[in-house]
Design a binder for this molecule. Structure first.
Ligand SMILES: [Fe+2]
Ligand SMILES: [Fe+2]
Length: 151
């Protein structure tokens, strides 16, 4: 496999993960009751859409074919199907989304540490996306803790 093909593979893994996240976020926005949760989670969903777009542009630049949807073996532990079937209200949804963000953070961290051969701009874009994923995870953790304290 050429150097560029390896980079494309890694970026495509992230693109598939972001598509998986987009669907999980849509399902969560649909189900959340608290309007301020709904609004914030919808904004995070838009971050994932942007992630998929900027990563796809990078893949194009490496001469690869960008993934156009999630992988069949879904990476997220609490994907859209799980979210759609959850009972237990906002707390259950936020807890599931926190588990998902653990996966996005770990996957982005692993890919970033494995992109030594990629151009600096590629690593910067992946690092910027990872910063968003960290922000998502921190917010989910905060709300889960708050919901627990209030229960
Ligand atoms: Fe993302
Ligand atoms: Fe995220």
């Amino acid at each position: 496999m050429t150097k560029n093909a390896k980079i494309v593979d890694k970026l495509n893994k992230l693109i598939q993960l972001d598509y998986d996240a987009i669907e999980a976020y849509d399902a969560a926005v649909e189900k959340l009751q608290n309007p301020s949760y709904k609004e914030q989670v919808a904004k995070f969903g838009e971050d994932h859409i942007r992630h998929a777009e900027v990563l796809s542009a990078l893949v194009d630049g490496y001469g690869g074919a960008a993934a156009t949807g999630p992988d069949l073996k879904r990476l997220l532990t609490k994907g859209k199907v799980v979210i759609a079937d959850l009972v237990g209200g906002d707390q259950a949804i936020l807890t599931a989304m926190l588990a998902n963000e653990e996966v996005t953070n770990k996957t982005y961290e692993a890919v970033l540490s494995d992109l030594g051969e990629a151009e600096a701009q590629t690593r910067e874009i992946v690092a910027t996306n990872l910063a968003d994923e960290r922000r998502h995870r921190a917010w989910m953790q905060q709300q889960v803790d708050r919901e627990k304290a209030a229960a």
